[in-house]
Design a binder for this molecule. Sequence first.
Ligand code: MRU
Length: 348
Amino acid sequence: MDSIIWENNRLRLLDQTKLPETIEYIECDDYRVVAEAIKRLSVRGAPAIGAAAAYGLVVGAQKIDSADRKVFLERLEAIAGELGATRPTAVNLRWALERMMIRLNTADEQSVEELYKIMLEEAHAIFNEDVQSNRRMGEFGQELLPDGSRVLTHCNAGALATAGYGTALGVIRAAKEKGKEVSVFADETRPLLQGARLTSWEMVQEGIPVTLITDGMAGYLMSKKKIDCVIVGADRITANGDVANKIGTYGVAVLANCHDIPFYVAAPLSTIDMRLSSGNDIPIEERDPKEVTHHGGQAMAPEGVQVWNPAFDVTPNSLVKAIITEMGVVYPPYAENLAKICNPKKEA
Ligand SMILES: CSC[C@@H](O)[C@@H](O)C(=O)COP(=O)(O)O
């Protein structure tokens, strides 16, 4: 199921908040609609919000009524600022918008029509490269999964969270495509249930055996020796290999390490933020307390209760067995080995 569609010069985003019950697309005829879709998690997952924002900028350009290059670029800069402010943790959002603006600002082309064409090409490139990266990650990552592997995953790092195919779930799909029998345990992922609503849905669609558990069951599941490895995606990986991902990931990593189970992270280079030296520097989004106190419009907690609702946590590099990227599987020491793939020239 495509979550981001560009067709006839229009952007459509699958409304993931409605899954698995309803398949409904949001018609994005204004960049503000895209910004709102990112904020409310209609489109979500680090690479997906990067690609959606790149197309969102193109949607924004369609309504700029000036043929003056300078004015056009200034307005786009402001739109990029608004799109980029929607969610702070996933670095792919900023990465995609910066890439778009750099391409535009360094273009030799002068007319606004030409610039529009260039930005559309760049958005398509961001989208297509993400699909290719996921496939390559799948190729590399599936080698870590022996036949018969039982894999635990957290949140949703599948096709829905990317331009297509998936990061963590892409590795599992690739193993299946190689003829291996793989089965998945999916944490439901409180509070917004991306694991229950999206991961288990994607796995059912793919014909990959999946068992849904509540987040609190992961430790007991591991103690019963039912898990061979954990694979999750990431929203941001810092230069030292610390990993920000959906809240609850850190707990899963601690449990996996206690049970001697390898904990893998699958993420494209666009998720690696070499500007930050450690996970302490990652901005962690805090969301509406209602996401914790309410479910399906019904209260699950007394009115007035205090709530803390960070959407992500940081897993320290010491708990991460390997990071699966489109450039290969990276092992510790991460500071050294991530630098080699992210800044190949500097390191050569
Ligand atoms: C391939 S996506 C990896 C992560 O973006 C994913 O695990 C995650 O944490 C998504 O969080 P979300 O809040 O649903 O956008």
